[in-house]
Write a protein that binds this ligand. Structure first.
Ligand SMILES: *[C@@H]1O[C@H](CO)[C@@H](O)[C@H](O)[C@H]1NC(C)=O
Length: 167
């Protein structure tokens, strides 16, 4: 009975309501296409000294992210720090068949990658950097593991996300 009642109140043929819904959906679609940052699904691989809030890779319209050789991808990791740190250093690996292989990035200094150092406790930071995909990389699926280490070498964040390298 309860179900019938609520179904009746939800009157989809009511044109004003349908119009409103359409308008809201249109707004959402417009906002989505304007926002170029795409949050990706990630695994936290042990952010001992911080907490990851969002990870954006762009462009990455479908997941896992397709990384085209010869292109560079924007990475934006927003995290809060649980510690103070003068420095921060990024360490990136490509994990291929469970074996981590160093993934070189042009600048591994987190303090030159969107973070105003010294890092303060309980503050939110966005680490912003580029992931260049070299033309000589093989076309394989792998997991990117991205760490940002503090003064003591512990991880402010450690994230993992799958990618597909493609031509
Ligand atoms: C990084 O992501 C955060 C959270 O989504 C956002 O507020 C910030 O503007 C982004 N920074 C850049 C440079 O895209």
């Amino acid at each position: 009975m309860e179900t019938n009642h609520s179904l009746n109140t939800l009157n989809w043929s009511d044109t004003a309501e349908t119009g409103k819904m359409r308008f809201l959906i249109a707004i959402c679609l417009a906002l989505f296409s304007v926002a170029c940052a795409e949050p990706v699904k990630f695994i936290d691989c042990g952010s001992a000294e911080g907490k990851v809030l969002t990870v954006d890779i762009h462009p990455c319209p479908t997941q896992p992210c397709q990384l085209h050789k010869g292109q560079s991808y924007g990475v934006n990791v927003t995290f809060s720090s649980a510690v103070e740190s003068q420095t921060s250093k990024a360490v990136v690996h490509g994990v291929i068949l469970k074996v981590p292989v160093p993934f070189p990035i042009p600048n591994d200094d987190g303090c030159q990658s969107g973070i105003a150092c010294p890092i303060q406790k309980q503050k939110v930071y966005s680490y912003v950097n580029e992931l260049p995909v070299k033309t000589q990389y093989p076309s394989i699926k792998l997991v990117v593991e991205w760490e940002l280490r503090d003064d003591s070498g512990k991880d402010l964040f450690c994230i993992k996300f799958p990618v597909q390298i493609t031509s």
